[in-house]
Design a protein around this ligand. Structure first.
Ligand code: G16
Length: 543
């Protein structure tokens, strides 16, 4: 086996976004593209000589090939060991857990999350640090810097490692340890939750349906929900990961998991249903006759987490990304918990979790998690819900109703406008940014604007600043509009408009979201001028 140093040139556009580098699969497969980015990671972290890394991905098209390239590059650069999930599979939270449990120096996760997979679809690579969390902004900036001056990369000339067999293999001087992707994660879950109580709930006839969306969570959900907790076979559907996610879009929301929504709204609804995304870090929670919004889910979990053994001591604090609804703020205020508001991106929760300032965090984009790992965690959220329901023996719908009665309700929706011309979308936001100072005091569709600004964040732990994290407009009556461009898309620009209104009027608590938000939606239209500027009359996705 020989180490080779390959001459290359910087490749444009290798700037990590909200969560690592996401591009079309064909882009990643182009000569030197993956290799350049991986070498840039090595350079930015001070090399991998003598280090131990974790490697795995969500099984999408090119996952297996990319894993072999990364192994050969790690070996060529002197890594001591790489711990790989069998078949190069690891869910994102399981990878985060392995990085932490095995006290490694970090890891590489191959995933484009909820984006579709396949030769014509999306691929992604991200680096997670020794704390198990996504690289913070200063490190992603250094990685980008390296991509812009890279002249060569090192790779071993070698045969593929057989990743289908558990155990140790060697690649040059490096050990490749192939592990069961599920085992360590499943035992972590068994430590956090009252499996006895959940098992008893299921044994009492409580029915569940988990849609793994042909993605990586399938094997985890089968092992935990069916094998360990006794849910009947068939409770987990679409459980075998496939390179193109069965031709679907592994995004657990009412659009892409419509079958599940139809099921819970129909006569054969299970008591509890859930779905997760491509790499297993997102979740959607449903119950008979109800879909729980991610923001409400975070608030319910914050209010009830103490019912699970892992959180029985209470929470240190909670955090949400800025565009996430402020439902959890009401729980924090009522329970005297510290509350943090961060920019979009799980990486921003890392310092707060490491410093012990928060125990639970979550985002409107279907992500919730805790200090058990440093990623959001889809199956964890499902198990915490089940643990809570096992303790209260309430239905999902009654849990929500009770929550709204106690804390009030933040009606909430996100409208996405996809594949916009990037220049046009940027200009539209620039224009709105310029108008922000004039907005307070104006009355739009009968509501008076109280504040308008651009969100920036100063990390309370290390003082680092992140500017330009979303435009927000708040109304005197408590309603809010937030606009920002997505940092995870791979085609043109995606504009996200987040809409929120609050009520504690008992007569309005159960109003459907569309009706409750009609006024805020009209105000957003008028303020942003989206119709006029883009010709779009409706969002592509409403979540
Ligand atoms: C990633 C990030 C999340 C973020 C989401 C959407 O999730 O980890 O923090 O909320 O993207 O980001 P954006 O609005 O910029 O598209 P995932 O599940 O895609 O890794």
């Amino acid at each position: 086996m020989q180490k080779r140093t390959i001459q290359t040139r910087p490749i444009e556009g290798q700037k990590p976004g909200t969560s690592g580098l996401r591009k079309k699969t064909r882009t990643f497969m182009a000569p030197h593209y993956l290799e350049n980015f991986v070498q840039a990671i090595w350079n930015a972290i001070g090399g991998v000589q003598g280090k131990t890394l974790v490697l795995g991905g969500d099984g999408r098209y090119f996952n297996d090939r990319a894993a072999q390239v990364i192994l050969r590059m790690a070996a060529a650069s002197g890594a001591a060991k790489v711990i790989v999930g069998q078949g190069a599979l690891l869910s994102t939270p399981a990878a985060s857990n392995l990085i932490r449990q095995r006290r490694t120096d970090g890891g590489i996760i191959l995933s484009a999350s909820h984006n579709p997979g396949g030769l014509g679809e999306d691929f992604g690579v991200k680096f997670n640090c020794a704390n198990g969390g996504p690289a913070p902004e200063d490190l992603t900036a250094r990685i980008f810097d390296e991509t812009q001056r890279l002249q060569c990369y090192d790779i071993l000339e070698a045969q593929d490692v057989d990743l289908s067999r558990l155990g140790a293999a060697r690649l040059g001087g490096m050990v490749v340890e192939i592990v069961d992707p599920v085992a360590d994660y499943a035992s972590l879950m068994a430590r956090l939750f009252d499996f006895e109580a959940i098992r008893a709930l299921i044994a009492s006839g409580f029915t569940i349906r988990f849609d793994a969306m042909h993605a990586v969570t399938g094997p985890y959900a089968v092992a935990i929900l069916q094998d360990m907790l006794g849910a009947p076979e068939g409770s987990v559907v679409n459980a075998v990961p496939s390179p193109d996610f069965g031709g679907g879009h592994p995004d657990p929301n009412p659009i892409w998991a419509k079958d599940l929504v139809d099921l819970v709204m129909g006569p054969d609804a299970p008591d509890f249903a859930a779905a997760s995304d491509g790499d297993g870090d997102r979740n959607m929670i449903l119950g008979r006759g109800i879909v729980v919004t991610p923001s409400d889910s975070l608030a319910v979990l914050a209010a009830n987490a103490h019912l699970a053994p892992g959180y029985a001591r209470g929470l240190a604090g909670v955090a949400r990304s800025m565009p996430t609804s402020r439902a959890v703020d009401r729980v924090a205020a009522a329970r005297g918990l510290a509350l943090y508001e961060t920019p979009t991106g799980w990486k921003f929760f890392g310092n707060l979790l490491d410093a012990g300032r928060v125990t639970l965090c979550g985002e409107e984009s279907a992500g919730t998690g805790s200090d058990h790992v440093r990623e959001k965690d889809g199956l964890w959220a499902v198990l915490l819900w089940l643990n809570i329901l096992a303790a209260t023996r309430l239905s999902v719908a009654d849990t929500l109703r009770g929550h709204w009665q106690e804390f009030g309700r933040n009606h909430y929706a996100r409208h996405d406008y996809e594949a916009l011309d990037a220049g046009l979308a940027g200009a539209m936001l620039d224009d709105l940014r310029a108008r922000l100072p004039d907005l307070p005091g104006q009355v739009v569709t009968g509501r008076r604007i109280a504040m308008a600004d651009e969100f920036s964040y100063a990390d309370p732990v290390d003082g680092s600043r992140s500017e330009r994290q979303g435009l927000r407009i708040g109304f005197e009556d408590g309603a809010r509009i937030v606009c920002r461009l997505s940092g995870t898309g791979t085609e043109g620009a995606t504009l996200r408009v987040y809409l929120e209104d609050f009520t504690d009027d008992p007569a309005r608590l159960e109003l459907p979201v569309g009706a409750a938000l009609a006024g805020v939606i009209a105000a957003a239209d008028e303020i942003i001028g989206l119709r006029a500027r883009t010709g779009r009359t409706a969002p592509d996705v409403v979540t």
